[in-house]
Write a protein that binds this ligand. Structure first.
Ligand SMILES: NC(=O)c1ccc[n+]([C@@H]2O[C@H](COP(=O)([O-])OP(=O)(O)OC[C@H]3O[C@@H](n4cnc5c(N)ncnc54)[C@H](O)[C@@H]3O)[C@@H](O)[C@H]2O)c1
Ligand SMILES: [Zn+2]
Ligand SMILES: [Zn+2]
Length: 361
């Protein structure tokens, strides 16, 4: 029997979001229905609402979520009703060329639930990032559910489902930050701050935070930045070099997604250093660099998709570290809100007032 629940939809380009009744089908093969307990408000939800991702309106928004599995399809064995889980964007296939080479975090054939959630009139919904968790319940592929220690608060756990994992993973998975490294992070929103927290966790000796907003730099310090640079008033490349003996940082993480900040990252790293692009550019953006500099500076220019995370490996580990007091995920939660406050949360996000607003259900 399909169920009816409340959920937040984006009805059309730039229209305000609203609460609607959502029809959630029973889970079919490979699927699970999850009772959502918390879901963070992410910039990507706002992009969906603005029509910046695609035109498949109406969207069921929300994708940084944790909750309890309510029911699973016949063949599902990895999770069971009652399990406390964090949702991820993409269930790994196990069979594509990346998975078969033992690199499932790159899986090129990830999937979501096959069945569609709908409005009561039968209109099919497009769930944000294949999740759609600003809703009391949501239907996902069972492989999108990762069991973690239920001792963690849901509003904290859910954050690993997107931006915080992307940032931590950009540092520890993509950037391979290690003990004693110098790291610079350009852009200190939720993702950049998570990259700072990840770098601290990995043992980086020097962590330089760069932003154009002093409020963000203050938070970055509390996340583990040892030095801060306001790039509105100070040349960040010069400043990062000065703070690293004149050489540049071993790893520079670009968490804005713009040509000018990528260029800063490129020139602010040491010889043979690594640039990690975790910020997402728009289709119109271009960058030109002297090819001799690309060659002569050596090292690695990498992109970080979802922090190159493998949820089954990374989510339980990071939750355990949080519960042991070694990773303060709670610091990312600025406020908890109700389902009908998502529109307001978008405004606060736009003004740069919050790291994360989290809907609790
Ligand atoms: N790669 C992934 O898988 C992945 C996942 C989630 C988010 N992201 C991307 O990461 C980026 C950051 O996301 P967020 O949630 O932290 O966003 P955010 O808006 O919270 O933070 C962006 C930060 O960059 C700062 N900033 C803006 N322009 C700057 C400039 N010129 N120089 C220095 N700092 C500048 C802002 O002041 C802000 O602090 C976005 O592009 C987002 O789409 C990527
Ligand atoms: Zn695969
Ligand atoms: Zn997100």
């Amino acid at each position: 029997m399909a169920q009816e629940v409340r959920g937040v939809i984006a009805p059309g380009k730039d229209e305000p979001v609203r609460i609607e009744t959502i029809v959630v089908p029973d889970p079919g093969p490979g699927e699970a229905v999850v009772r959502v307990q918390a879901c963070g408000v992410c910039h990507t939800d706002l992009h969906y609402k603005q029509g910046g991702i695609n035109d498949d309106f109406p969207f069921l928004l929300g994708h940084e979520a944790a909750g309890v599995v309510e029911s699973v399809g016949d063949d599902v064995t990895d999770v069971a009703p009652g399990d406390f889980v964090i949702l991820n964007w993409r269930a790994v296939c196990g069979n594509c060329r990346a998975c078969l080479r033992g690199r499932p975090w790159y899986c090129f054939a990830t999937h979501n639930a096959k069945q569609k959630m709908t409005l009561t009139d039968g209109t099919e919904l497009s769930p944000a990032l294949g999740i759609g968790a600003f809703a009391e319940k949501t239907l996902v592929a069972a492989g999108q559910c990762t069991k973690v220690d239920p001792a963690v608060a849901p509003q904290v756990a859910g954050l690993l489902g997107c931006g915080v994992m992307a940032g931590i993973g950009a540092a520890i998975n993509t950037g391979n930050v290690g003990r004693g490294d110098s790291v610079a992070v350009i852009g200190c929103g939720g993702v950049g701050d998570a990259a700072i927290a990840g770098s601290r966790l990995a043992g980086a000796a020097r962590i330089i935070a760069v932003d154009i907003d002093d409020r963000k730099l203050e938070t970055a310090r509390s996340m583990g930045a040892t030095h801060t640079v306001n790039s509105r008033t100070t040349d960040p490349v010069e400043a990062i070099r000065e703070l690293t003996g004149g050489f540049g940082a071993d790893v520079v993480i670009e968490a804005v997604g713009r040509p000018e900040t990528y260029r800063q990252a490129f020139y602010a790293r040491d010889l043979a250093g690594t640039v990690v692009l975790v910020g997402v550019p728009t289709p119109d953006m271009k960058i030109e660099l002297p090819l001799l500099d690309v060659f002569g500076r050596g090292g690695a220019l990498k992109s970080s998709w979802y922090g190159d995370c493998l949820p089954s490996r990374d989510f339980p580990m990071l939750i355990d570290l949080h519960l042991q007091g070694r990773l303060d995920l709670g610091a990312f939660v600025t406020e908890t809100i109700q389902l009908d406050e998502v529109e307001k949360a978008f405004e606060r996000m736009h003004q740069g007032d919050v790291l994360r607003s989290v809907v609790v259900l």
